[in-house]
Ligand binder design. Structure first.
Ligand code: HPA
Length: 276
C-alpha cells in the first residue's frame, strides 16, 4: 500500500522546519545497537519521531525513535535512530514511511544498516557486509496498491537496487578506516521467529549470504523513488543450523555491541564521502 503523497510531503516539510535544514542529501537508517551514534555527529539536532506528522513511532519502552539532522561532511545528513519492522505488525507503508520522507527531503542517497545472520560460506559473527542484492523471501512488497506517479513508476526496475558506485565508495571508506568489508546477498524473512535450519539451507541454495528481517522494503521504496541505496549488514550470529548453538537475541545484541566501534568508524569515514 502507498502512503499518500501529501502525508509524505507534510512529514518532509516538518523535518525541514524542525531541523532548520530544508534539504538533506543523504539519509542513514541505523540498525539496532547503533542507536546513539547519531547524537555524536557534528551539528546534530534531534527531533522525536512523535513530533513528525504521520511518522510511525516504535513501541519500544522508553525509546520512541529519534531523527537526527547532522552535518558530518559540511552537508546535511538525516539519521534515523529507531525503525519499525513488518514483524511488529506495521503495514509496509508505515515501514517505509521514514525512508520515503527522507527521499522527499532531498535524500538521493540512502544508507540502510541492519543486523543479520550469516548464511554464506566464509562469513563469521562480527563481519560487516555490503549488500550486493536481495531476495524478497517475505513475498511482501511496499508498492502493492495504487501507484502515485509522483513517487515513482508502477513497475520500477530492480536491476541494481544496491548501487555499485556506493559500494565502491564504502569500500574506500572501509580502507581509510581500517575496517574490512565483505559483500553478499541479503534474504528478507518476515520474522520475528528466526529461520529454521532448512530455511537457511534454502536461502543459501537460492544465493543468499545473509538472512534478516528488515531493509528490503525500505530499499524497494527508495529505488521506486529513484534514490541510490547502500546496504550494510553486521553479521551478529551464524544463521540457524550453521551456528552450533541456538540463536538468541542476547547473542545478537552482544555481537552488535562488540562490533559497534568498527561500524561507527566505517560510518565516520563514509558519511562525509557521501555528502560531498
Ligand atoms: N536471522 C534473522 N534476522 C537476524 C538474525 C538471523 O539469524 N540475526 C540478526 N538478525
Amino acid at each position: 500500500m502507498l502512503m499518500s503523497y501529501e502525508e509524505l510531503a507534510a512529514a518532509a516539510a516538518a523535518i525541514g522546519e524542525s531541523t532548520g535544514r530544508p534539504t538533506h542529501t543523504v539519509a542513514l537508517v541505523l540498525g539496532s545497537g547503533l542507536g546513539d551514534y547519531a547524537a555524536s555527529l557534528p551539528g546534530a539536532v534531534a527531533v522525536p519521531y512523535a513530533d513528525i506528522p504521520g511518522f510511525p513511532v516504535p513501541k519500544v519502552e522508553g525509546h520512541g525513535g529519534t531523527l537526527y539532522s547532522a552535518a558530518p561532511g559540511g552537508k546535511p545528513v538525516l539519521v534515523f535512530s529507531g525503525r519499525v519492522h513488518a514483524y511488529e505488525g506495521w503495514p509496509l507503508d508505515k515501514v517505509v514511511f521514514a525512508v520515503r520522507a527522507a527521499v522527499l527531503c532531498g535524500g538521493g542517497t540512502l544508507v540502510l544498516t541492519n543486523a543479520a545472520g550469516g548464511a554464506g560460506d566464509g562469513l563469521e559473527a562480527g563481519d560487516l557486509v555490503l549488500i550486493r542484492d536481495h531476495l524478497n523471501l517475505a513475498a511482501r512488497n511496499p508498492l502493492t496498491g495504487a501507484n502515485d506517479d509522483r513517487l515513482g513508476a508502477r513497475f520500477p526496475d530492480m536491476s541494481e537496487v544496491y548501487s555499485a558506485d556506493l559500494r565502491r565508495i564504502a569500500r574506500r571508506a572501509g580502507e581509510r578506516a581500517g575496517v574490512p568489508l565483505k559483500e553478499g546477498v541479503y534474504a528478507w524473512f518476515l520474522g520475528p521467529s528466526y529461520e529454521t535450519p532448512a530455511e537457511v539451507q534454502m536461502a543459501r541454495r537460492l544465493g543468499a549470504d545473509l538472512v534478516g528481517m528488515s531493509t528490503v522494503p525500505e530499499a524497494i521504496a527508495a529505488r521506486h523513488m529513484g534514490a541510490r541505496v547502500l546496504g550494510i549488514s553486521l553479521v551478529t550470529n551464524l544463521a540457524a543450523g550453521i551456528s552450533p548453538v541456538p540463536l538468541s537475541h542476547e547473542e545478537v545484541q552482544a555481537t552488535g555491541l562488540a562490533a559497534r566501534g568498527r561500524f561507527t568508524a566505517l560510518l565516520d569515514a563514509l558519511l562525509p564521502a557521501l555528502a560531498s
